[in-house]
Every structure is written in structure tokens, then in C-alpha cells.
Design a protein. Structure first.
Length: 291
């Protein structure tokens, strides 16, 4: 059975408040993104130690480090080296939390991924070596603003990289936003299934705009079919985490830049009530499935 989690700044920048809400909803794991107004790679050691003490106090664990690794420009070596540094720091943080997964991406999308395919593959040579040395995994997320936006693109990348240290972070709502997106379930899900290491729970409706979608409370989109996805995860024996990534706010839509590069106080504002609504809906879905 999978475990519920949440990306921390979808509730608050205050890490203890995140854990308090999780405890209330019986959510055993958390996925740190921005904490106390720092992205994960910039969280100082003193705050990492404080987070570890709080996790122990609340009897919770970290399932994944939600890093922004390779959300940068392909072909810019200075940015690439900076992001290798981000990965190194996030690996160190993962070790503190006894966590095995660091999230990664595939550079800002500039066109069809086929046009830069070999560059994408080559860019993962060093990250894979680092993960092998440190006994961790990179979970590459399908993300519409990057070269690997749709499940079909992700499937091809995982197959060509052909390394067990690179796995899939499946975000079905991102398939709605993707340029070449398919039906999230069962079509896209079946593509990601063999490579799955982590899942994000986010919902969206299709809209006739350049963004192609708009985030809504979990279960309200009517397109992703979360009951079927949850049941499929159980049926396949998936025991990893499903992290709520709310990305919706009750009063106003989040700015596009914040959605592409989430974090900080502006992003977390009104995140708690939005995430509470989504947790309630997730619990209702799971109860309906008798999970």
C-alpha cells in the first residue's frame, strides 16, 4: 500500500506547522521543497538539524527531496555546474533524512525534445555516477515547462538512459499541461508504471489556453481519474509515496512563474486551507476504495 505525503510548502514555510497538519490527517511522510523561505539546496545545516529533530518528534519521515535540479537552460555550462552542486547538496540532505530519492528535471523546454535528445542523455552521465556512488535515485518528473513533459517523452528517456538510478516521478496533472499529453489514466500511467519510484497528487482541468490546463482541488478535474490510479497503484504493489502537490489556492490562481518555480512565502500563502481541502478529498476517494 502506498503512503500519503505532501510537498511541504503546499502547506506552509514553517516546517513544524507542516508536520502538525500532516499528523492531523495521518499523513506519515513529507517532501521538503522550500522551508523557512529557502529552497532545499540553500537550507543551512542548522535548519536541517532542526528539521530532523522535528521529524523525530512527530514520528514522520522524508520520502523525497523536491529539488529543482536541472530546471535551467540546456547548453549553459555555468548553470549546469551550479545544478550539479544543487544535486550534491540535496544528496547530502537526503542522507541526513535517510531518504533515497532526489527529484530532477530535464532543462527548460525550447522545442521538441528530439532535437536535443543526445544532449539530454549526456547531461545525466554525471548525475547517474553521483547517484551510484551515494546509493540514491534521481526521480525525473514529467513537467510541461521542461523537455520531458509528457509520459511518452518520459518513457523514451528512461528507456534510453537504461539505468536503475534514474526512475519516474509521475505527476498525472502535468500530463494535462504537456504539449503531447495523453489521457492520464490508463494511457500515460501505463507508460510510467515500469519506472515508477514516486507519485505526485495534483488535479487539473483542460482549458483552451496556451497553458492547456488549470489546477483544481483533487478530484474536481474529472479527467485524471484518481480512484482508478490509486487502485492501480495498490494492485501493482506500489509501496512508495503519493505526495499531495496542491498547486491550487481557494482565493486566486497562482502566478505562472510561481507554478513553474514554486517556493517561498508568496507561494505558500493560503496553502494550508487549500491543502486541507485536498486532503479531505483524497481521504474520501480512499474511503470509497476501502483503502
Amino acid at each position: 500500500m502506498f503512503k500519503l505525503s505532501v510537498i511541504s510548502d503546499e502547506i506552509s514555510q514553517d516546517f513544524e506547522r507542516v508536520l502538525q497538519v500532516c499528523k492531523e490527517y495521518e499523513v506519515p511522510q513529507v517532501e521538503p521543497r522550500s522551508v523557512w523561505d529557502n529552497p532545499p539546496q540553500n537550507i543551512p545545516d542548522s535548519d536541517i538539524a532542526r528539521m530532523k529533530r522535528l521529524l523525530d518528534e512527530y514520528e514522520m519521515s522524508v520520502c523525497c527531496i523536491a529539488s529543482p535540479f536541472l530546471k535551467c537552460d540546456l547548453g549553459d555550462d555555468e548553470q549546469y555546474q551550479q545544478h550539479l552542486g544543487i544535486l550534491r547538496r540535496c544528496i547530502d540532505i537526503a542522507h541526513v533524512f535517510n531518504c533515497k530519492i532526489i527529484r530532477g528535471f530535464t532543462f527548460w523546454r525550447t522545442g521538441p525534445p528530439e532535437s536535443v535528445w543526445q544532449q539530454l542523455l549526456d547531461a545525466y552521465d554525471e548525475p547517474i555516477r553521483m547517484c551510484e556512488q551515494e546509493d540514491v535515485y534521481i526521480g525525473i518528473e514529467n513537467e510541461a515547462s521542461t523537455h520531458i513533459g509528457a509520459a511518452a517523452e518520459a518513457e523514451a528517456l528512461y528507456k534510453d538512459l537504461a539505468n536503475p538510478r534514474v526512475r519516474a516521478i509521475w505527476d498525472p496533472a502535468n500530463e494535462v499541461f504537456a504539449e503531447n499529453g495523453e489521457l492520464p489514466f490508463p494511457d500515460a500511467f501505463e507508460r510510467m508504471k515500469p519506472f515508477l519510484i514516486h507519485v505526485h497528487i495534483k488535479d487539473a482541468v483542460k482549458v483552451d489556453t496556451p497553458e492547456k490546463g488549470r489546477c483544481v482541488p483533487v478530484g474536481d478535474g474529472g479527467y485524471i481519474d484518481y480512484p482508478a490510479q490509486f487502485q492501480a497503484l495498490v494492485d501493482m504493489g506500489y509501496e512508495g509515496a503519493c505526495s499531495l502537490e496542491t498547486h491550487w489556492r481557494p482565493s486566486e490562481e497562482l502566478d505562472r512563474d510561481l507554478l513553474d518555480q514554486p517556493g517561498g512565502a508568496a507561494f505558500s500563502a493560503t496553502g494550508e486551507p487549500a491543502s486541507r481541502i485536498c486532503f479531505d478529498k483524497i481521504k474520501q476517494i480512499m474511503a470509497g476504495l476501502e483503502l
